[in-house]
Design a protein around this ligand. Structure first.
Ligand code: 13P
Length: 252
């Protein structure tokens, strides 16, 4: 367990122009220059990736994208390929975020294709899963998550899954101010780890990092991180401000 380095990632969603993103990234790099025991990533909008990479390249802050398309190149208007993301300095890519599933028609099948394309091109996927409020009320949380994981990871080999980070983001806790209780989060993370264990064995299950996402703030991160199966956070709103995000990164 000790070998899972905490991983705090910021998903900037559709916020910030390139200039604004650069400014926030610059402030963040300065505020986290003392951090060694935590991996830090930010995922700005596509239009800001190059500008932000210039700011973070010499620092420990990693760059991620919020989406990708699975083909290498071609007539796919409006899409961005894995090698294009690598080319501008991305190490990570968020895949299957609930907002993409909800508004842009992503399914477990497209998520699976995207994960495969990412690992093939050396990008580490942050694979997002999570139940809706209806699912939870109907006591379907575990069956929904099981389906998302089985379908999302279909035909992936252990070497591929070793590159992966899982983000558990209960849809009802995203941007709502409602954080799942840390006991709820632990229960789900433990379940997700057991799914990985069944499919890929104990070693991979023990090394894969599972982030929690959904209204993570400076005042709740510490309690969440104390749970044994919580290895980090995927932060939306509270990652947009360098000072606030830096407080989350300095949770220890
Ligand atoms: O969706 C999220 C991160 O990907 C969480 O967003 P909030 O932190 O704004 O709830």
């Amino acid at each position: 367990m000790g070998e899972r380095k905490p991983f705090i990632a910021g998903n900037w969603k559709m916020f910030k122009t390139a200039r604004e993103a650069m400014e926030t990234a610059t402030a963040l790099v300065n505020r986290v220059s003392d951090v060694t025991g935590v991996e830090v990533m930010i995922a700005p909008n596509f239009t800001a990736l190059t500008a932000v990479y210039d700011v973070v390249r010499e620092s420990a802050v990693r760059l991620g994208a919020q989406n990708l398309f699975w083909e290498a190149e071609g007539a796919f208007t409006g899409e961005t390929s894995p090698n294009m993301l690598r080319d501008v300095g991305c190490r990570y890519v968020i895949i299957g975020h609930s907002e993409r599933r909800q508004y842009f028609g992503e399914t477990d099948q497209t998520v699976n294709k995207k994960i495969k394309a990412a690992v093939e091109h050396g990008l580490a996927p942050i694979f997002c899963v999570g139940e809706t409020e209806n699912d939870r009320e109907a006591k379907k949380t575990f069956s929904v998550l099981d389906k998302q994981v089985q379908n999302g990871l279909k035909d992936l080999r252990s070497d591929d899954v070793a590159m992966l980070v899982i983000a558990y983001e209960p849809v009802w806790a995203i941007g709502t101010g409602k954080t799942a209780s840390r006991e709820q989060v632990q229960e789900v993370h433990n379940f997700l780890r057991s799914l990985i264990e069944k499919k890929y064995g104990n070693e991979l299950a023990n090394s894969i990092r599972i982030q929690y996402g959904g209204s993570v703030k400076p005042n709740n991160i510490k309690a969440l991180m104390e749970m044994p199966d919580v290895d980090g956070a995927l932060v939306g709103g509270a990652s947009l401000d360098a000072d606030t995000f830096s407080k989350i990164i300095h949770f220890q």
